[in-house]
Design a protein around this ligand. Sequence first.
Ligand SMILES: Cc1cc2nc3c(=O)[nH]c(=O)nc-3n(C[C@H](O)[C@H](O)[C@H](O)COP(=O)(O)OP(=O)(O)OC[C@H]3O[C@@H](n4cnc5c(N)ncnc54)[C@H](O)[C@@H]3O)c2cc1C
Length: 458
Amino acid sequence: MGSNFMYSTRDHKFIIKEWLSCEKIFDTDRFRDFYSLDDVDEVLDQSLKVCSEVVAPTNDDGDKIMAVLEDGKVIVPPSFKKAFDYVMENGWGASNKDKNAEDAMPGILYGAVHEYMIAANPAFTPYVGLGGGVGNIIKEFGSQEEIDFFTPKLFQGIWGGTMCITEPGGGSDVGDMLSKAYPTDDPNVYKISGTKCFITGGDHDLTENIIHLVLARIEGATRGTKGLSLFIVPKIWINEDGSLGEPNDVNVVSIEDKMGLKGSATAVLNFGEEGNCRGFLLGNPPDENGVGEGIAQMFRMINGSRIDTGHCALSVATVAYNNAVAYAKERLQGRPITNPRGERVPIIQHEDIRRMLLTQKATLDAMRAMIFKGYYYLDIMNFADDQEEVRKAKRFIELITPLIKAYCSDQAWLMITEAIQVHGGYGYTEEYPIARQARDVKIYSIWEGTNFIQSLDL
Ligand SMILES: Cc1cc2nc3c(=O)[nH]c(=O)nc-3n(C[C@H](O)[C@H](O)[C@H](O)COP(=O)(O)OP(=O)(O)OC[C@H]3O[C@@H](n4cnc5c(N)ncnc54)[C@H](O)[C@@H]3O)c2cc1C
């Protein structure tokens, strides 16, 4: 049996319209003229329909056709391209990450939309989100010229994006990375050289170009993470008039054969094999002590991605739970403990099955509450006028971000093991979607820094 997308808007409507005082967000200068609480039902219903009809049907292709490497290029399942274009063109994609875009939704509302999309196909969604994430970093730290040059196409989904941090010898210990950057005659342009591994969306055929954000050390900068700088490295060089130029010497060495998320290409990339890879330095060169700005800049993206990672874990575990409930209602097995001679009953009537389902339900609800409180405070932090409220929201976000990432990804894995248990032996087969959900969900406790490593930041 293939994947089985079962989802509901009920929890999000309750959270946004009843539990949190979201009128505060909808009533900010930023959103007052574009969205109101009255729009919530329609946006959620419509987005769930899109995810169910357009995105979910691509999920099995991700697992079966997978992302593959052919002649040095990554090809994703053809159905991904159709869904990607639909999502981007109809305002459900990266444009919502642009804080200044008129039609961008409040983060808390887009959070719900995003949850349905991840649940519909968790291997597809990173392609949708990464371009916007890169766009925001360029917007925050780039020059006006760089902002104008790169961000419109990133937010429109015409170009994709990546975060290039990890290297074979520099995983958890980012400061041990070996990638280097060398000055050129143009003070803003550097030659880049190095190998990055495990790069999500490192190559694909969904967009005409990919903008890599690459951490590297400029010659002479200090050791460790402090000496790192961040570079905008296009896969294909972009001419001054905005047209695409020559390939920028970024080569795909291989893609990983993973246990899950098989439609999401995880690439090993070589930058500057032939000495011709160029990148734009974001912000300033290292100071007189050799201290660069790169790690702080990259952490802005990592922190956003950590909330997103916890949310991905919740989405996949929720689909698993919904499937477990449906299975438990259908599967006839055994008699009630209180009536051993009675008729066979659906397993949902057995106490232990109810215990497992209720454990999942309670844990997933708690995770969703935690995540949406995070989105709520992010919106306050980004858009409220009252500076005292903004300050408080910022402190809350600093505290809750690693908790969302670690708690939700650890719990999601445990909750899916309960969902497998509800399925009995069938849960251990690939005939039912639950095994696949376990394979998909495990990554979330590992990427964006393993849960232990990021607990060191607290
Ligand atoms: C599918 C996938 C997608 C990814 N996407 C990206 C991406 O887009 N961009 C990117 O840059 N990276 C990406 N990564 C890389 C990911 O962030 C790293 O795999 C992760 O940070 C761990 O690094 P590592 O694999 O080198 O493990 P290691 O650093 O070797 O860690 C192995 C184990 O040792 C533990 N450990 C390490 N150091 C310590 C310590 N000092 N104290 C205690 N325990 C320690 C870790 O917690 C872990 O349990 C991706 C990885 C995968 C699998």
